[in-house]
Design a protein around this ligand. Structure first.
Ligand SMILES: NC(=O)c1ccc[n+]([C@@H]2O[C@H](COP(=O)([O-])OP(=O)(O)OC[C@H]3O[C@@H](n4cnc5c(N)ncnc54)[C@H](OP(=O)(O)O)[C@@H]3O)[C@@H](O)[C@H]2O)c1
Length: 329
C-alpha cells in the first residue's frame, strides 16, 4: 500500500508511520522537520504555505491508498483536502475527544454533541471540529475520523502519565502524594492506537471512532505504575482543598497531579470504546503499558525537566506541608 502521513516527525504521527512500515507499506511523510522513521520517505513542506506548497511537490503526485493527517490547524486541512483528497482511496483524520461539548457524561459515545467549529488553531477542540468538517466535505464516505482520548506510552512528550511513573520510581520507599478524591481515568497506549489506525485504514473502515482505553480510575492506574516502579512507600492522600491551597493543579502541566480531573470533567475519563472494540481493535493491558513506561522513563531520566507533573522536590515540599498541617491539627 502507498501511504501518506501528513506529520510523522512527532510522537503519534511517527508511531503511525512506523506501524505502516512494519506492515510492509510504502510510507511518505510530510513535515518541516526531519525525524521520520527509518525507511519512510520525507517531503519537507511548510503547510502554513497552503495548497500550492503541497501541489508543487512531485513526490506527492499519484494516488494514495491511505492518507493519515494529525493536523490541528484548519488551514492545513483545507490545503491537504484540496490537493490530495481527489487522489486518496481512504483518509484517516486524527481528531480528539476534545471535540465533544459535554465533559460530564460518563459512558458517552460518538453520538454525543460536539462543539461549534472554529478556524482558530489555538481553540483546540473547536479547531478539530472544523478540521473534521473540512475533511468530511472533501472525502465523504472515504473518511475515518479517529478521536483519541488520553494517549500514553513510551516517548510521550506531554509527560502526564509518565510523570506518575517518574515520581513513583523516584519515591522508592518514601511516600507518594495522591488525590483523596479518586476519578475515572482511561488511557490508550500510543502503540495500540497506531496499530489500530493502520489496521482500520487497510480495511477501509469509515465513520467516527472514539479511541479510548478501558474505563479505570486514577488510583488503579497509579497502583499499576507503583507496582511497575517498585514503589514500596505509603500513599498520602490530599483533599481538593489541600491541593488547591498548596497550588497543585489538576490534569496536566507544571505542578500537576496529572490525569486528576475536576468533578465537572468526570466524563473525560469514562467514554465508551464499544465501537472501536467492535472493529476488532486490540488494546494491551494498562499494567503492560505501566511496565513499559517505567522502563522508558528510567531511560530518559527520572529527574529530567517535564511538561507535566510535580517534580520530586515539589512533591516532598507538599508532603511536608501536609504533615506539618496534620501536626498543627
Ligand atoms: N496526546 C494526547 O493525549 C492526544 C489526545 C487526543 C488527540 N491527540 C491528537 O493526536 C495527534 C498527535 O500527533 P503527534 O504526536 O504526531 O503530534 P503533533 O504535534 O500534533 O504533530 C504535528 C505534526 O504536524 C507537523 N506540522 C506541524 N506544523 C506543520 C507545518 N506548518 N508544516 C508541515 N508540518 C507541520 C509536525 O511536524 P514538524 O514540526 O516537523 O513540521 C508534526 O509531525 C494530534 O492530532 C492530536 O490532536 C493527542
Amino acid at each position: 500500500m502507498r501511504i501518506l502521513v501528513l506529520g510523522g516527525t512527532a510522537w503519534l504521527g511517527r508511531a503511525i508511520a512506523t506501524a505502516h512500515l512494519a506492515a510492509g507499506h510504502d510510507v511518505t511523510c510530510v513535515a518541516r522537520g526531519s525525524d521520520v522513521p527509518h525507511g519512510a520517505a520525507l517531503v519537507r513542506v511548510d503547510r502554513d504555505e497552503g495548497a500550492t506548497a503541497l501541489a508543487r511537490e512531485a513526490a506527492l503526485e499519484g494516488s494514495w491508498d491511505e492518507v493519515v493527517d494529525v493536523t490541528s490547524v484548519p488551514s492545513h486541512a483545507t490545503a491537504a483536502a484540496t490537493v490530495l483528497a481527489p487522489r486518496a482511496r481512504h483518509w484517516t483524520l486524527v481528531s480528539t475527544i476534545s471535540v465533544y461539548r459535554d465533559a460530564d457524561r460518563p459512558g458517552a459515545d460518538e453520538s454525543a454533541r460536539i462543539l461549534e467549529p472554529s478556524e482558530d488553531p489555538h481553540d483546540y477542540g473547536r479547531a478539530k471540529v472544523r478540521i473534521e468538517e473540512i475533511v468530511r466535505a472533501a472525502l465523504g464516505d472515504r473518511l475515518l475520523v479517529v478521536r483519541p482520548g488520553l494517549i500514553v506510552g513510551p516517548g510521550d512528550p506531554t509527560d502526564r502519565y509518565g510523570s506518575w511513573a517518574a515520581r513513583a520510581a523516584l519515591a522508592g520507599d518514601a511516600p507518594l502524594l495522591v488525590p483523596a478524591r479518586d476519578v475515572a481515568a482511561q488511557v490508550i497506549d500510543v502503540r495500540d492506537l497506531a496499530a489500530a489506525i493502520v489496521e482500520l485504514g487497510a480495511r477501509g473502515v469509515v465513520g467516527v471512532r472514539d479511541a479510548v482505553g478501558p474505563v479505570s480510575t486514577l488510583r488503579s492506574l497509579v497502583d499499576e505504575i507503583r507496582a511497575a516502579a517498585g514503589h514500596a512507600g505509603a500513599v498520602v492522600e490530599a483533599t481538593d482543598a489541600e491541593l488547591e491551597r498548596l497550588d497543585v493543579q489538576p490534569w496536566g502541566g507544571p505542578r500537576s497531579l496529572a490525569l486528576w480531573l475536576p468533578p465537572a470533567a468526570a466524563g473525560l475519563g469514562a467514554r465508551s470504546n464499544a465501537a472501536l472494540l467492535a472493529d476488532g481493535v486490540r488494546l494491551r493491558s494498562t499494567a503492560e503499558t505501566a511496565r513499559d513506561v517505567v522502563v522508558d522513563e528510567r531511560a530518559r531520566g527520572l529527574d529530567r525537566a517535564r511538561a507535566s507533573g510535580l517534580t520530586r522536590a515539589d512533591e516532598v515540599a507538599v508532603l511536608a506541608a501536609l504533615a506539618h498541617d496534620a501536626v498543627d491539627g
